[in-house]
Design a protein around this ligand. Structure first.
Ligand code: ADP
Ligand code: MG
Length: 362
């Protein structure tokens, strides 16, 4: 490993913190750029540039200090990436993964074009076009804003035309998607390093609560064939769409059919299990990938259940009893707020049912 290299990270949340922790372990220095002075990335980073993402002086400083620049959130404006590049910044992932993943119609159209199935969808702009779209694909559907949505925000369930009246039609672009009657939601974290090496992590089974990820169970309780198919699909997506760096991809499973749902070009909450259950974590492979190192083979060392800790869980955390197979991660956010991700627990062990039981009794 080359100790002298410095990784710059746009964004300073928990994903940045865990990237920095990984960098420290492998001998890389890290510098984060984030507007908030108390963002939790500061606990891991060697340096914290406190500035807005469009602050040109700060961006130039990042270019000077970092040998490689990456990002920990998908809403980085493309102008920022272009500015960094014009000023000598090395951003190996570029703006393509951002361009695709920042817009639901764009990402779904792109994967359809390479033969990956999604729910039927139509781009809509207003009530009028939504009515036409609903007639075309048939209910039940789900209407989503094309950009900026997360944790189920900016979404409306649509059974019939009447439901369209309850939509907040202030955004310009929406997508109307046919509901998939899935049995499972799963995800796969894949990294394509800049050398072209591709690594996939084992598929995780995701359980949501109020639209927010609650648990990830690994291995996912689906057939080995489906697990393999999903890893292959994920590889195909990064290769065919020419995406470099990490990509967290969410899928629905209905019977034997796999539907792509969405993707994010950054470490993914559903792959936090890799910190304790794999030989290399998603953060390790992300860094190695953007630094152009050869990517090692990734192995699952133990079954695992990852449980998210939310702001409303503060008192439970104070009472938690840890054991040698239960690993607690707290991000160090200053304010414990409802629905805010504050940390996670990885329950490792042989018996998945027992791990789920343990997680449920948290
Ligand atoms: P977000 O960016 O908020 O995570 P998603 O597209 O993942 O947006 O949607 C949030 C959740 O809503 C999904 O995890 C899934 O449970 C449900 N959902 C989204 N799209 C569909 C669909 N087409 N069919 C069925 N359920 C869906
Ligand atoms: Mg999602």
């Amino acid at each position: 490993m080359k100790k002298s290299r410095t990784v710059g990270i746009l964004g300073g949340g928990q994903l940045a913190k865990m990237l920095c922790d990984s960098g420290k372990k492998m001998g890389y220095e890290t510098v984060i750029l984030d507007p908030s002075s108390d963002s939790c990335g500061r606990f891991g980073a060697d340096e914290h540039i406190i500035a807005e993402y469009n602050d040109e002086i700060a961006l130039k400083k990042l270019c000077e200090e970092a040998d490689v620049i990456t990002y920990e959130f998908e809403n980085v404006p493309s102008e920022v990436i272009n500015f960094l590049k014009r000023n000598g910044g090395n951003v190996p992932q570029g703006e393509r993964p951002l361009y695709l993943s920042q817009h639901r119609v764009r990402e779904k159209s792109a994967v359809n074009e390479i033969g990956v199935r999604t729910a039927d969808f139509v781009a809509v702009k207003n009530l009028e076009t939504a009515k036409e779209a609903l007639t075309k694909i048939g209910g039940p559907c789900i209407l989503k804003t094309c950009s900026g949505g997360y944790d189920g925000k900016g979404q409306w369930k649509i059974q019939n035309e009447e439901d369209l009246n309850s939509v907040d039609w202030k955004n310009v672009e929406y997508i109307l998607e046919k509901m998939v009657n899935f049995q499972k939601e799963v995800s796969c974290l894949v990294v394509r390093g800049i050398t072209g090496d591709v690594v996939t992590f084992p598929v995780g089974e995701n359980i949501h609560k109020n639209g927010i990820l609650n648990k990830t169970i690994v291995p996912a309780r689906i057939s080995e064939n489906l697990q393999k198919e999903i890893e292959e699909l994920s590889k195909r997506i990064v290769e065919k769409l020419e995406i470099y760096g990490p990509l967290g991809i969410e899928y629905f499973i209905e019977g034997d059919e796999v539907y792509f749902n969405e993707m994010a070009p950054r470490p993914h909450n559903s792959a936090h299990y890799t910190l304790d259950a794999c030989n290399y974590s998603q953060f390790d492979i992300h860094l190695l990938g953007v630094l152009g190192e050869k990517l090692p083979e990734v192995k699952l060392l133990t079954p695992v259940v990852m449980l998210n800790i939310m702001g409303e869980d503060r008192e439970k955390v104070d009472k938690i009893v840890l054991d040698e197979n239960t690993k607690l991660h707290i991000y160090g956010k200053t304010e414990w707020k409802q629905d805010r991700k504050m940390g996670h627990i990885n329950y490792c062990g042989e018996n998945i049912d027992k791990l789920i039981e343990k997680a449920n009794s948290f």
